[in-house]
Design a protein around this ligand. Sequence first.
Ligand SMILES: [Zn+2]
Length: 90
Amino acid sequence: MYYVKVLGKLRGPFSPARALALLEEGRWDWTVPMSEDKISWQPANEYPELVPQSADRVLSADERLCPECGGVVKAKAILCKHCRRGISAA
Ligand SMILES: [Zn+2]
């Protein structure tokens, strides 16, 4: 789940899908501070799992896309960190 800071106010938690929908609606700027733990904050556009996947998204050699949610996970991951579903090794 994600928290956002809008005009100094803490909002959330939002599911990744909800957060993405709000970003795409233009409710928030892509530079809005966002956090999963309310401790470390970074702009929304630095969360790979939120940035819309595009064909030119370059994955590192040790990354792949979760077949369930499309989030970027480690190539060797057996559990997706985004949707928590089990994913078989590539
Ligand atoms: Zn997933």
